[in-house]
Design a protein around this ligand. Structure first.
Ligand code: NAP
Length: 248
């Protein structure tokens, strides 16, 4: 990517957990940083202050990624303000766990709408300006569960597997315009989402990790930052697993 003034970086679900670490990692490069969240304004305000303190010109907006019209407005405002989008990280995600035989259609739909369709809304909004610029980096945050599957997470696994198909297809569509599209697939990472797991499920998962510990949000953010960097210019359509060896 050419460095013409500050980069414009967009991170979905940037207020907490992995998204917050991604925002803070990028903030140190002094970009124009835009992140969204769904409802936790307190967490968003904390992340915003930390990003500004780290050197970013940052803003936080409450936008539900499942709402296509709201996402379109969010991206239009970013483009109106900066004229370009250099990096898009689709990180927003939720879980609604349960065995398939007990899973409600509402829990299925909610996870697909946020984790998969939400990313579609965002990449759809960013693809055109990136194609026009003939540069850009798109990084989708999937999960180990999207490749390995997990009992009790069929909705989440389907959404995360869908993101991998989206990554590869979009990578092919945008490669002629010098835009790369990759996925990062975290294993078990120490955030509110992982804390919501039942303690025995969390212990069993931790025991299955060759490196013997769960990951940190910063370790995932480092992989995202690498894929967004100049150094990753010849990498597209790939899934980078950040999981301590949990899935190989
Ligand atoms: P988290 O701590 O629960 O944070 C989720 C973030 O996404 C929050 O900022 C949340 O905002 C936002 N969000 C949720 N639904 C949204 C929506 N509809 N529209 C906009 N923002 C929304 O989650 P995390 O653990 O950091 O996970 C981040 C990503 O990594 C997710 O895609 C997750 O699937 C993936 N991942 C996590 C793990 C793990 O072990 N933690 C493992 C593999 C993959 P509010 O707080 O305002 O709702």
């Amino acid at each position: 990517m050419k460095e013409k003034g500050p980069s414009t970086i967009v991170v979905t679900g940037g207020s907490r957990g992995i998204g917050r670490a991604i925002c803070l990692t990028f903030a140190r490069t002094r970009p124009h940083l835009f992140f969204n969240y769904r409802s936790d304004a307190g967490a968003a305000a904390e992340t915003l202050a930390a990003c500004r303190a780290a050197g970013a010109v940052a803003s936080a907006t409450a936008v539900d990624v499942a709402d296509g019209a709201a996402v379109a407005v969010f991206f239009k405002e970013i483009l109106d303000a900066t004229g370009h989008i250099d990096v898009l990280v689709c990180n927003a995600g939720i879980t609604r766990d349960g065995l398939v035989m007990r899973m409600s259609p509402e829990d299925w739909d909610a996870v697909i709408a946020t984790d998969l369709t939400g990313a579609f809304h965002c990449v759809r909004a960013a693809a055109r300006p990136m194609a026009r610029q003939r540069s850009g980096r798109i990084i989708l945050v999937t999960s180990v569960v999207g490749t390995a599957g997990n009992a009790g997470q069929a909705n989440y696994a389907a959404a995360k597997a869908g993101l991998i198909g989206l990554t590869k297809s979009l990578a092919r569509e945008l490669a002629p315009r010098n835009v790369t599209v990759n996925a990062v697939a975290p294993g078990l990472v120490d955030t509110d989402m992982a804390a919501a797991l039942a303690p025995d499920a969390r212990d069993a998962l931790t025991a299955s990790i060759p490196l013997g510990r769960i990951g940190t949000p910063e370790e995932v953010a480092a992989a995202v930052q690498f894929l967004a960097s100049e150094a990753a210019g010849y990498i597209t359509g790939q899934v980078l697993h950040v999981n301590g060896g949990m899935y190989m």
